[in-house]
Ligand binder design. Structure first.
Ligand SMILES: Cc1cc2nc3c(=O)[nH]c(=O)nc-3n(C[C@H](O)[C@H](O)[C@H](O)COP(=O)(O)OP(=O)(O)OC[C@H]3O[C@@H](n4cnc5c(N)ncnc54)[C@H](O)[C@@H]3O)c2cc1C
Length: 394
């Protein structure tokens, strides 16, 4: 039997263990620092209500990943969920992503329409009137800001104009990343939610599968089933790494492996020799409300785009269908106390790349922290595992 070590027991680590078990011929050890599997996706309980750390809503364009997860933890559709953002300036909740129909009812709609005109966006992008005149109709808006923008602020202003940017994006992003200036964000490999201004169906993810587990313990059975054939070491950390030799020191013993799949921050594997990779975290305030439901029927969670210190409120029973006369909500507050979101800075991506380039054949660094990519959700983490085991299979 060949030996594999998996570091981290979130979705990417557990899905890797499962795929290796299905492949056969692998003796798999999975090391998880916490005393449980699943990380923030594990179901916890408060006030008699089940909840996870943040919504952990399963959204995916990948049918095969939906079918895979659904075959282990049956999923129910959450297609009716409507994403809302509160805009204090208008004292209104609007759809998120920004919806064309909402603009029509905003108090500053004339200003917004003027800013959305091609002339203005072209001028903001530094194009002359002659250059703008020479473009085919719709060409500037089709550029969608990304091609010309040098940073996150420019991307959004070129795409939606200054007024919508200041209402929906500016304060939210600064708060989300705990930064003073959105120009610091220069990584465009992701566009938040993939859309700038949406038209048509008001459900944000009308092209994706939107679901949540039926079981009261959410995703938990997935982690148990996926790792059933692995040697799982909970509450354990590797003491020392020698990645070039695919060797680690575990519980005082030196162990070598044919393959290592790491799902943790890659700087940890190299003693942070190129410096520490930065992350932003979240504190989660849990509040039981004395009412059966807090948010309207189709709203599972809301974003807050203003100066309030929190980014999002989640009402869990919308996902879990838990029956109770009370309702549990959580409030997510950006924090530096834990490490959850890789920072979207090119300089830090370059630092991560230096670590990733050090990984020899047979060592893979995957998942949100492992790949150092913000844009890795549950489905992407599973996808990373599938692709990694396909590479291991060769
Ligand atoms: C607040 C919040 C809300 C979210 N909501 C959604 C959502 O609604 N929908 C969605 O699709 N995605 C959501 N996500 C993202 C998604 O859940 C994760 O990106 C995905 O689960 C990542 O899986 P992973 O295995 O790569 O990483 P993780 O789940 O972080 O797993 C990594 C594991 O490694 C362990 N570990 C860390 N260091 C060590 C070490 N030194 N030794 C051993 N183990 C270690 C950790 O304890 C953890 O269990 C959310 C994320 C956050 C932070």
């Amino acid at each position: 039997m060949k030996k594999a070590l998996i570091i981290g027991g979130g979705f990417s680590g557990c899905a890797t263990a499962h795929q290796l078990a299905l492949l056969g011929g692998w003796d798999v050890t999975l090391v998880e620092a916490m005393p449980y599997l699943g990380a923030g996706n594990k179901t916890r309980w408060y006030g008699g209500h089940p909840y996870t750390y943040g919504p952990r809503h399963f959204l995916t364009p990948y049918e095969h990943i939906y079918r895979y997860l659904n075959s282990i933890v049956p999923l129910r559709s959450c297609k009716d969920h409507q994403f809302l953002t509160y805009v204090e300036r208008d004292q209104q909740f609007y759809n998120y992503p920004i919806h064309r129909d909402d603009i029509a009812v905003m108090p500053d709609r004339d200003q917004i329409s003027a800013e959305l005109s091609e002339i203005n966006i072209g001028a903001l992008m530094g194009l002359s009137r002659e250059e703008i005149a020479g473009l085919a109709p719709g060409a500037i808006t089709k550029l969608n800001g990304a091609a010309a923008a040098k940073n996150f602020e420019e991307y959004w202003i070129y795409s939606i104009g200054r007024t919508l940017y200041s209402k929906f994006i500016d304060g939210y992003s600064q708060k989300m990343w705990m930064i003073d200036d959105n120009k610091l964000i220069d990584d465009f490999t992701w566009s938040p939610k993939g859309v700038t201004i949406k038209e048509g169906d008001r459900a944000c993810w009308d092209t994706a599968i939107s679901a949540y587990p039926v079981a009261v313990n959410g995703y938990d059975d997935y982690f148990r089933v996926a790792t059933a054939e692995a040697n799982v070491l909970l509450g354990t950390k590797i003491e020392r790494y020698d990645i070039p030799e695919k060797t680690v020191w575990l519980n005082g013993e030196k162990q070598s492996y044919d393959v290592i799949v790491s799902t943790i921050s890659p700087d940890v594997l190299f003693d942070q020799c190129y410096g520490e990779l930065p992350y932003i975290g979240r504190e989660l305030l849990k509040i039981v409300m004395p009412t059966e439901f807090v948010l309207p029927p189709h709203v599972y969670f809301c974003y807050y785009a203003n100066a309030e210190p929190f980014t999002r409120i989640v009402e869990y029973k919308k996902f879990t269908l838990h029956k109770a006369p009370t309702s549990l909500i959580t409030i997510e507050i950006p924090s530096k106390k834990n490490k959850l979101y890789p920072m979207p800075f090119e300089s830090e991506k370059a630092r991560a790349k230096r670590y990733l380039d050090e990984m020899p054949d047979g060592v893979y660094s995957i998942g949100r922290a492992g790949a150092y990519l913000y844009n890795v959700d549950i489905d992407d983490a599973i996808d990373h595992a599938f692709k990694t085991v396909a590479r291991i299979k060769g």
